[in-house]
Design a protein around this ligand. Structure first.
Ligand code: UDP
Length: 239
């Protein structure tokens, strides 16, 4: 690993919405390609990378349940949506000459490997970008919780959450003009102030296992590498 890098191993959380671009559904090939470029750049610089991809650009269990569907079935559909997104990212990474493996938390052998922790770590050590799909494999959870869990399981040095704003604010900066932007927060502040960072289960997992979390603006080219070099991009949440 280059001496310039602050982090050896990271877990990146991309929401499904991150893949949509300006559309309101599905995957924008330009956006996923661009994200793949940023991820490959980090891998080539020597960072070991796991990625958890959400599914909100296709289905969310809560939304399906609100429309009348059985919640568990809706969550299964949401998890399958994350598998589709992960397959698209695998394709985008490999089209660009990188190496990627989708590992799914639900068994779906014809399309993805099962998530087996030791095998995931082996892939990551070999420079493969591991795309963790299907969340944690259980309904009533989110891919934010999956991201916290996988980050802890693979002993990541940092959990990164990609968003479209430049950090965490006291209120939605698009709606509240004088919303305060935070450089750094601790886990309990995020939970107590109900800040829109990740869901509470994910933050509590990070807190209990001292997993630092950085929320950053994925729309700015080069931000991931800036963070890898130790620049204070976005908002850091830690103890
Ligand atoms: N999901 C689930 N268990 C998990 C992770 C996800 O049931 O461990 C389902 C849930 O319905 C969720 C959907 O998959 O709404 C898509 O994930 P998420 O909403 O976290 O995606 P994102 O908001 O990151 O795009």
């Amino acid at each position: 690993m280059s001496d310039q890098l602050k982090y050896r191993r990271i877990l990146l959380k991309l929401s499904g919405e991150a893949l949509m671009g300006d559309a309101d559904y599905g995957i924008d090939p330009k956006v996923i390609g661009w994200l793949a470029d940023e991820i490959i750049e980090m891998q080539r610089a020597g960072v070991q990378i796991g990625v958890v991809i959400g599914g909100g650009n296709i289905f969310r269990g809560a939304g399906l349940a609100a429309a009348g569907m059985d919640r568990v079935t809706g969550d299964h559909m949401g998890m399958l949506a994350t598998v589709m997104n992960a397959l698209a990212m695998q394709d985008a990474v490999e089209k660009r000459g990188g190496f990627a493996r989708v590992m799914s938390a639900i068994q779906i052998h014809d399309v993805a490997e099962d998530f087996i922790r030791r095998r995931a770590i082996r892939h990551i050590e070999k420079g493969r970008i591991v795309l963790f799909a299907a969340g944690i494999g259980n309904p009533f959870f989110t891919t934010d919780s999956a991201a916290a869990l996988r980050a802890i399981e693979i002993s990541a040095d940092l959990l990164l959450k990609a968003t479209k704003v430049d950090g965490v604010y006291s209120a939605d900066p698009a709606k509240v003009k004088d919303a305060e932007r935070f450089e750094q927060l601790n886990y309990d502040q995020v939970i107590e102030r109900k800040l829109a960072v990740m869901d509470t289960a994910a933050i509590a997992l990070c807190r209990d296992h001292r997993m630092p979390l950085r929320i950053y603006d994925m729309t700015v080219p080069g931000n991931l590498m800036r963070i890898m070099r130790g620049e204070a991009v976005g908002t850091l949440v830690d103890a």
